[in-house]
Design a protein around this ligand. Structure first.
Ligand code: HSE
Length: 308
C-alpha cells in the first residue's frame, strides 16, 4: 500500500478573453502537494510563495479535497501529513485554488490505490471549484475546452504551437474569484453573445491551426472583462502596452488581477512594458515569461516513480 504520494500541478490562465468558464491553458509554473499517511495526527504544512494567504490547517482546500476522496473511497487513514510547496502566486487569477484541490484529490486517490478514474477526479475537482476551466487545464495540460453536461465534464485538450509563450503580469494584490464574479451582469444581449461565441470559436480554431496572428481579434470579450476592468487599476493601459511592445494579444488571466499577454517574440520587452504600465497606475507588479505545460498534473511516490 502506498504511504506517500506527491502531485505536481501546473498553474493555469483561463477564459483567454471570450471563453469565460470554458477555456483554460496550463502554464509551466507549479505547485506541489504531498500527502503521507502517518501513524496518528493531522499535520498541514504550507511552504513557498504567498504562504500567508494559504491556510495551514484542516480548512486547507487541498486537505478538504483529500478527505473527500478518502470518504468516497471508504478509506480511513490513521493520520495524515499534507505539505504544500507553492510556486503559484495566490488569489491572482493563476488557478492556484484549482491546483490545491487537484493535489489533494490526486494524492488521496493514489494512496487509496486509484479507485477513481482521471475523469472522476476531474468531476470531483469541478464540483469543488464550481467551474471547469482552471482545473481541467491543470489536470490535463495544454489548452482545454470544457463544458458541463448533466454534471459531467466533456473536454478536449489541444496542444498549442510550441513557440507560444505567456507573459503574466501579476500585481501585488489579491482579487478573489468570488468578488470578481459579483460584478458580472446576470444576462448578456444577443449581439454580445454572438460576439463572444464567434471569438471563442475563432480562438480555438486559431490555436488548433497555428494561425496565431488571429489571436488579437479572437481574444476580444464582452462577457466579463469590461466589467472586471474596474477591479484592475490600469487594465487598459497594461493591455495596450503589451501589444505595443510586441505581444500578439492580451487578456485578463482568469478572474484577475493578473494580465496575460501571448507572444512568440519580444517576451522580455512585453514583460517590462506591462510592469511599467502597472507602476504608472500605482501598482507594484512582477512579470513571468511562461511556456505552456502540455503534460498536466503528475503523481509520483516518494522514489519519484509515477503512480497514476
Ligand atoms: N472562469 C473563472 C472566472 C475563473 O472568470 O470567474 C476560473 O479560473
Amino acid at each position: 500500500m502506498l504511504r506517500k504520494a506527491i502531485a505536481c500541478i501546473p498553474a493555469s490562465t483561463t477564459n483567454l478573453g471570450p471563453g469565460f468558464d470554458v477555456l483554460g491553458l496550463a502554464l509551466k509554473l507549479y505547485s506541489t502537494v504531498s500527502l503521507e499517511e502517518i501513524d496518528s495526527d493531522v499535520i498541514v504544512d504550507v511552504h513557498g510563495v504567498d504562504r500567508d494567504k494559504i491556510p495551514a490547517s484542516v480548512d486547507n482546500i487541498a486537505f478538504e479535497s483529500a478527505n473527500y476522496v478518502f470518504q468516497k473511497a471508504g478509506y480511513q487513514p490513521k493520520g495524515i501529513k499534507l505539505t504544500i510547496s507553492n510556486g503559484i502566486p495566490a488569489v491572482r487569477g493563476l488557478g492556484g485554488s484549482g491546483t490545491a484541490i487537484l493535489g489533494g484529490l490526486l494524492c488521496a486517490n493514489a494512496i487509496c490505490g486509484n479507485p477513481f478514474s482521471s475523469d472522476q477526479i476531474l468531476d470531483f475537482a469541478i464540483e469543488r471549484e464550481g467551474h471547469p476551466d482552471n482545473v481541467t487545464a491543470s489536470l490535463l495540460g495544454g489548452l482545454t475546452v470544457s463544458v458541463i453536461d448533466k454534471e459531467n465534464v466533456k473536454t478536449i485538450k489541444l496542444v498549442p504551437p510550441e513557440n507560444l509563450r505567456v507573459v503574466v503580469a501579476i500585481p501585488n494584490y489579491a482579487l478573489s474569484t468570488k468578488t470578481a464574479r459579483k460584478v458580472l451582469p446576470q444576462n448578456l444581449d444577443r449581439q454580445s453573445t454572438i460576439y463572444n461565441i464567434g471569438r471563442s470559436s475563432l480562438l480555438v480554431a486559431a490555436i488548433a491551426s497555428g494561425k496565431l496572428d488571429l489571436l488579437n481579434v479572437a481574444m476580444q470579450d464582452l462577457l466579463h472583462q469590461p466589467y472586471r476592468a474596474k477591479l484592475v487599476p490600469g487594465f487598459e493601459d497594461v493591455c495596450n502596452s503589451a501589444v505595443q511592445a510586441g505581444a500578439l494579444s492580451v487578456a485578463l488571466s482568469g478572474a484577475g488581477p493578473s494580465i496575460a499577454a501571448y507572444c512568440t517574440d519580444m517576451e522580455d520587452q512585453v514583460a517590462n512594458a506591462m510592469v511599467g504600465s502597472f507602476a504608472k497606475n500605482g501598482l507594484n507588479a512582477i512579470a513571468k515569461v511562461l511556456e505552456i505545460d502540455s503534460a498536466g498534473a503528475t503523481v509520483s511516490d516518494s522514489t519519484g516513480k509515477t503512480v497514476s
